[in-house]
Design a protein around this ligand. Structure first.
Ligand code: ADP
Ligand code: ZN
Length: 818
């Protein structure tokens, strides 16, 4: 009987792909294993086994599976179920989910580049093919496809895979960080010499071979052989470091006295830690903790609404501890890599090497190791990670914590799957019978509404730890100050300067927040008003003074600042508005000798840099920290007294239906960095609309009022959480077909959905990376079936794309956009 293997390919193609399993591989294959399959004319992919069948699909010509990569599945069946939900809910293919979910070290493809591991030493003589592969790679790295040609093989992948496991070759990553399974060679005495009598006989036998008996002696010392309880493993490196003769070692291995073996040394550095007990909770925290547990008896999801610095993290730690005691795993989600440093330290103190950290700033190799560690159910019980960690192979998930649940970085935008990690985590938890705790000082309207209506549990914690008061929020009217010509260097209000000065005199720290990086958001010609724009995108270029360049923040396009205005050719281009670079420069000039450091995306490109700044600020080696939203959330600093929000107007005027909610969250969060320990903090908000309702809500720390006002608007204008949104983006290199396709689609949609369809409209940035973009919006009532709506939508987009005039166009669907 022929076996057929249904697979998922890591490609944006719908459906699964079936292959014939050659007889000799029968019985080897299970769902969740990787197989190598041919695809197209000459490509090979690592595919994931989705099903094993005994009847072939009809009317297709089938190819054969080329090789099986695994001895056991690398993805659990339950994960595949979760992938199916993601694909169906977020309208993408299983292949796209596969691609996003699994680290690339586990997905060899024809395009993958393979290189030599430099210090590889073979233990056993290599087979001819193996040596040939190393020879091919000795001069330079090659892709798998190139290797096929060079080696004259149909498929070199199984060989590559074998040699990767040996540690001889590795996958090169974009960053050129080399994949290097860190296998170390260890040495042990053959079992037959383990008895004392045999061992002393061996010493006698080696009497003449001085170097060998010396080596044996050293081995016995290093391994603590004479004290069986303390015996430990000895690496080859340790022996060689002890100056034994390598020739003697080889000889003794050949004689069968010693055996060599490989050991996988975990690559994630395990920093030494002192396991500490958790802090006891305060009475208020204890009460919240009890309420959460009580709430979990009837609800799957609980929202912990706790003001900044109320000690939410401390409560999480207690819940994690309890979950681990029950033998279950915990996933701790954070919205951003930048936040992991501080939380890692806090969790590491308590959970030591049960904690695994997973995010994209780690090398692929480190990610593979976390994956395998979970798959084999080894040491990691708590995973701290950003959104992609929802895809890890958990076995017995008991609790998911989503910290700063309101953050929009939980939503993946490009590429598909465009999933929301908080919402996906809730589904994942349900599938695993785990509980979910959402935490925030400024919950999203969506979550708060669920909590208010009883779908989620709700626990509130309205006082800061140790009863420190929330900061005193003052508002500086910049319109007035400008009129009176009081603005300092055009950027700072006298009120802010005054507060900064006082803080510095008291040796306290200051945070200045401006949500724009670069020196100024744009340059403008004084003569003709021309603003240099990106050649690929419909947006002005940001001026970066440190590099003296104009940069597009959408596509990365960079040019030197022109000396003459591109339009009128007068030398009158000048920076307008201000970003973090300018604030850094100006404040340092106003307060000479003060240590000012900037933290934004440009600086935080390297994890080391970022970590150093956070550390220096914690240690008091920095007086003023200037930054973007990176510094707004989650961070816990003791000595920050004053926070300045330089341009609240830009937050309030952002063209999006969530702008006011976001502005509130952003301002409340940055404010929350002030006065966390010891003294009450001070916040100065600079705005030209001091009476704006959102400013008032921030000043009064009045989340409820913000919530009520915004919910009214959302109901009135049919937005979430009352309606579900689906955005359909129509993109293409030429405008005419994009325009035609967008209108065609919108017309079709109106026939099915009536006035639930809006657009097509231009999005805020209507051209990115040379692609014109139009947007059609669909608003679906909560009680309507979204599944049905999506199925119809899928049909209509296919119809639109099938039209001959729309060949050059493509369509992206974003479900629950943020
Ligand atoms: P949140 O997560 O709500 O912003 P944190 O958990 O970061 O608050 O707590 C704020 C500060 O108070 C931290 O420095 C934390 O170490 C301290 N803290 C909170 N709860 C306790 C506790 N029970 N014992 C000791 N310190 C605590
Ligand atoms: Zn651009």
């Amino acid at each position: 009987m022929t076996t057929y293997i249904e697979t998922i390919l890591p490609l944006p193609l719908g459906g699964t792909f079936t292959y014939i399993l050659p007889e000799e591989m029968a019985g080897e294959v299970k769902v969740g294993m990787r197989v190598i399959v041919p695809f197209g004319r000459s490509k090979f992919y690592t595919a994931l086994v989705y099903g094993v069948r005994f009847t072939p699909p009809e009317n297709v010509e089938l190819k054969e599976v080329i090789g099986v990569l695994d001895a056991s599945p690398i993805v659990r069946p339950q994960q595949i179920k979760f992938w199916e939900w993601i694909a169906s809910y977020y309208q993408c293919t299983l292949g796209e989910v596969f691609k996003a979910a699994v680290p690339s070290g586990l997905k060899l493809e024809s395009e993958t580049t393979i290189s030599l591991v430099e210090d590889f030493e073979a233990e056993a003589p290599l087979k001819e093919r193996e040596q040939l592969l190393l020879d091919c790679l000795s001069a330079k790295e090659h892709t798998v496809a190139e290797l096929n040609k060079l080696m004259g093989m149909k498929n070199v992948l199984p060989l590559v895979k074998r040699m990767m496991d040996m540690g001889a070759v590795s996958v090169s990553e974009e960053l050129k960080a080399k994949y290097k399974p860190k296998m170390e060679t260890y040495v042990r005495l053959s079992p037959e010499y383990m008895e004392e009598a045999k061992l002393s006989a061996l010493f006698d036998a080696l009497e003449r071979a001085k170097k060998q008996s010396e080596l044996l002696m050293i081995y016995i010392q290093l391994s603590c052989f004479m004290q069986p309880q303390r015996r430990k493993e000895v690496s080859k490196k340790a022996l060689l470091d002890a100056k034994v003769s390598p020739a003697a070692l080889t000889a003794m291995v050949e004689k069968g006295i010693f055996e060599l073996y490989k050991k996988d040394v975990d690559r994630i550095e395990e920093a030494p830690y002192e396991s500490a007990l958790t802090h006891p909770l305060s009475d208020v925290q204890q009460r919240a903790y009890e309420e959460i547990k009580e709430s979990f008896t009837s609800k799957d999801v609980v929202l912990l609404h706790g003001v900044t610095s109320s000690g939410k993290t401390e409560i999480y730690i207690h819940l994690i501890e309890e979950t681990l005691k029950l033998g279950r795993q915990v996933l701790f989600l954070l919205p951003e890599i930048a936040l992991t440093t501080q939380i890692t330290n806090r969790l590491r103190r308590v959970f030591g090497n049960q904690l695994g950290v997973y995010h994209s700033k780690f090398t692929d190799n480190e990610r593979v190791e976390i994956w395998k560690n979970l798959l084999e159910d080894k040491s990691y019980k708590v995973i701290l990670g950003v959104r992609s960690s929802v895809f890890l192979p958990f076995k017995n998930l008991g609790l998911v914590i989503v910290d700063e649940e309101h953050e929009n970085t939980y939503k993946q935008f490009d590429p598909a799957p465009r999933y929301h990690a908080r919402n996906a985590a809730i589904v994942l938890a349900k599938m695993s019978e785990a509980k979910v705790l959402l935490g925030s000082a400024t919950p999203s309207l969506e979550s708060y509404e669920c909590a208010r209506s009883g779908k989620f549990g709700l626990v509130e914690l309205m006082t800061r730890y140790e009863g420190i008061e929330l900061p005193d929020v003052m508002v500086a009217d910049v319109k007035e100050a400008r009129r009176k010509k009081e603005m300092v260097r055009g950027v700072f209000s006298p009120m802010l300067i005054e507060q900064v000065r006082k803080a510095l005199e008291r040796k306290e720290q200051v945070i200045l927040f401006q949500n724009r990086r670069g020196f100024s958001p744009f340059m403008m010609c004084r003569t003709c008003g021309c603003v240099p724009r990106c050649q690929n995108c419909d947006i002005s270029l940001t001026y970066h003074k440190s590099t003296h360049q104009l940069v597009c923040h959408y596509c990365g396009y960079t040019m030197n600042v022109p000396t003459l205005c591109p339009a009128c050719e007068t030398p009158e281009l000048e920076p307008r508005g201000f970003g973090t670079e300018k604030i850094e420069e100006e404040i340092a000039e106003i307060f000479p000798g003060v240590r000012v450091v900037r933290l934004d995306l440009d600086v935080a490109k390297s994890r080391k840099n970022y970590e150093k700044i956070i550390h220096d600020f914690e240690e008091g080696a920095i007086d003023i920290l200037v930054g973007t939203q990176i510094i707004s959330k989650g961070l816990d600093f003791e000595r920050v007294r004053v926070v300045g929000i330089l341009d609240a107007d830009s937050l309030l005027n952002y063209p999006d239906f969530r702008a006011f909610e976001r502005a509130y969250q952003m301002m409340a969060q940055v404010s929350g960095r002030a006065g966390r320990k010891n003294n009450r903090g001070i916040v100065v908000i600079q705005t030209s609309e001091p009476d704006h309702p959102v400013i008032r809500q921030v000043r009064n720390n009045d989340y409820t009022s913000m919530f009520n006002v915004q919910m009214n608007d959302r109901a009135a204008f049919k937005y979430p959480p009352y309606y579900r949104l689906i955005y359909i983006y129509i993109k293409g290199k030429e405008y005419a077909p994009v325009y035609s396709a967008a209108n065609y689609l919108a017309t079709l949609m109106r026939q099915s959905f009536g006035d639930r369809v809006y657009g097509p409209d231009k999005p805020v940035v209507a051209r990115i990376q040379n692609l014109y973009i139009l947007k059609v919006m669909l608003k679906v009532e909560l009680r309507a079936s979204v599944e049905k709506a999506k199925a119809v939508l899928r049909e209509l987009t296919n119809l639109t794309l099938a039209h001959p005039a729309h060949k050059s166009v493509y369509i992206q669907v974003d479900v629950d956009p943020m």
